[in-house]
Design a protein around this ligand. Structure first.
Ligand code: ZN
Length: 247
């Protein structure tokens, strides 16, 4: 019933924006890193939260352990796009979806074929030397023994990922806000909207239909036009398939 309603909304939309969080990537085998359990702390004899492990200050204080945690919990080189990523790419090809705004850093949206993606927190696929700005791919980081260093100048190579205590990129924020402000339908998926800055972006939406798809309750449920508490990958796949069958 709910999926049918979602299909109806998709059919009547031409400027959909999808705002997604960690729940979008779990079907690709990428867990929310905030759920990283205490084993890591025991391993390194530390008492830090996952957020503190990926903070700017920890990276500067202890790059060895920062990169060990980062490679272990933030990079999933074997991950492939799931049904949700592909459903959105098909919606874009159909001329219905304008943009994807994501809190994820895995790059799976582009891998699935989405072209207009605003990555609020950056991407593990891009890495730059902190001194000479040379580009390095994700394999360079993974294959580095300990702290990745630029072969050209010897400086640390840093992922193009927004760490805790760092601010988001102004151009990315601007693009995401413009996309949301111009959308006729906003679908919020796989995020509880608790983590800053997700909740703030929704305020810019002025369109017709606000849809929330998440396994658990979110802060946007009360003012959404449609709320589906279910698996985002299954729901999006079913709705887009139904739409394709009708055309
Ligand atoms: Zn360099």
């Amino acid at each position: 019933m709910s999926v049918q309603e979602l299909t109806d909304i998709l059919r009547n939309s031409r400027k959909i924006v999808f705002f997604g969080g960690a729940g979008v990537s779990t079907a690709s085998g990428i867990p929310d890193f905030r759920s990283a359990n205490g084993l890591w702390n025991q391993k390194y004899k530390r008492n830090l939260s996952p957020e503190e492990m990926v903070s700017r200050s920890f990276c500067e204080r202890d790059p060895e352990d920062f990169f060990a945690f980062y490679k272990d919990k933030r990079v999933y080189p074997e991950a492939k796009p799931n049904a949700c990523h592909y459903a959105r790419a098909r919606l874009e090809k159909m001329g219905r979806l304008r943009a994807v705004v994501t809190q994820n850093i895995d790059g799976l949206h582009q891998m699935a074929g989405s072209t207009n993606v605003f990555e609020l927190h950056g991407s593990v696929l891009r890495n730059y030397c902190t001194r000479c700005r040379s580009f390095y791919d994700v394999n360079f980081i993974l294959e580095a023994d300990g702290v990745p260093r630029c072969p050209k100048c010897g400086s640390i190579v840093k992922p193009d990922v927004v760490l805790y205590e760092e601010t988001l990129d102004d151009n990315v924020i601007d693009g995401a806000v413009r996309a949301i402000a111009g959308a006729d339908t906003l679908i919020i998926g796989g995020t509880s909207l608790i983590v800053y800055p997700a909740a703030g972006f929704v305020r810019y939406f002025r369109g017709n239909k606000l849809v929330v798809i998440n396994k658990s309750v979110t802060q946007a449920d009360e003012y959404a036009d449609l709320v589906i508490h279910d698996d985002i990958a299954q729901v999006m796949d079913q709705a887009v398939k139904a739409l394709e069958e009708q055309q």
